[in-house]
Design a protein around this ligand. Structure first.
Ligand code: NAP
Length: 263
């Protein structure tokens, strides 16, 4: 059970990449953290690292596409936190089909992306937003993407899910503002997480180029003004800002962190 005095955060996507770094940073900032993902072992490794910060962690292996599993997981979370929830970060997400045009992939693939990237945050907000509103306090951060700020050929399902998440975030912000709960959306461009680095390395191997050269090509193709991808720390810093004193009066906003693509 979380200590009574510590603030509590609920973070999805906590087993890998950006969500894991956010969970660790929140623990470093004094939060007890519930860790959501599917891979129990990976979540346990994060929980161990959080223990080293002297904070508590709850490992919550949940298939976020399964509404009943989300319900049960949130029951367990609220039992652990004593009904407290100060911060929610929805960071779990999948890219879905990476290149086919519409017509080149099926509805099951589209549904999987929507269920993970949009419906799961809706399910989570459905349970945790009322808890925050009743306590007259809370900060919610939904991790979208800069493809939620524009269209992108070959990424229709992903882009649709992230645009939808913006609508959910803005509407929730308008509903919950009177109860001192903020809801914001972070729109990252490419983040150099392990999954992306593996992709660059695999392409490099196939093309006989270094991972670094592939990454430079990728940056050029994306038209990134600052000429670099994000590191997870770029997203983490904004999350910490939004949950801290600087975020007190910011709600319903989309904060683009992409090195200057959506300009
Ligand atoms: N990386 C980028 O370039 C980039 C760019 C823009 C936006 N984003 C967004 O930023 C967020 C984090 O991305 P990332 O690349 O850092 O993540 P990642 O390394 O690919 O990890 C994805 C995370 O989501 C969890 N997840 C995926 N599907 C799930 C499901 N059905 N049920 C439960 N958990 C699930 C995974 O947990 P398990 O593996 O344990 O299931 C994992 O913790 C995502 O919302 C993504 O769309 C990423």
């Amino acid at each position: 059970m979380a200590e009574g005095a510590a603030p509590v955060a609920f973070v999805t996507g906590a087993s890998a990449g950006t969500g894991r770094e956010i969970a660790l940073a929140l623990a470093g900032a004094g939060y007890d953290v519930a860790l959501v993902g599917r891979r129990t072992e990976a979540l346990e490794a994060v929980a161990t690292a959080i223990g080293e910060h002297g904070r508590d962690a709850l490992v919550l292996p949940i298939e976020l596409r399964d509404a009943a599993a989300v319900e049960t997981g949130i029951d367990a979370f609220l039992a652990w936190s004593g009904g407290r929830c100060d911060v929610v970060v929805n960071a779990a997400g999948i890219p879905g089909p990476l290149s086919p045009d519409i017509g080149g992939f099926g509805v099951a693939e589209f549904d999987a992306v929507i269920a993970t990237n949009l419906r799961a945050p809706f399910l989570i907000l459905s349970r945790l937003l009322p808890v925050m509103r009743a306590r007259k306090s809370g900060r919610i951060i939904n991790i979208g993407g800069n493809h939620g700020m524009r269209g992108r050929a070959g990424r229709s399902s992903y882009s649709s899910s992230k645009w939808g998440l913006r609508g959910l975030s803005r509407s929730a912000a308008l509903e919950a503002g009177k109860d001192n709960v903020t809801v914001n959306y972070i729109a990252p461009g490419p983040i150099a997480v392990q999954r992306m680095k593996d992709g660059w390395a695999a392409r490099g191997e196939a093309e006989g180029a270094s991972e670094d050269a592939v990454r430079k090509d990728y940056v050029a193709a994306m038209g990134i003004a600052l000429g670099r991808t994000n590191e997870p720390a770029d997203i983490v810093a904004t999350v910490l800002f939004l949950v801290g004193p600087g975020g007190r009066n910011i709600t319903g906003q989309e904060i683009v962190i992409d090195g200057g693509v959506i300009v």
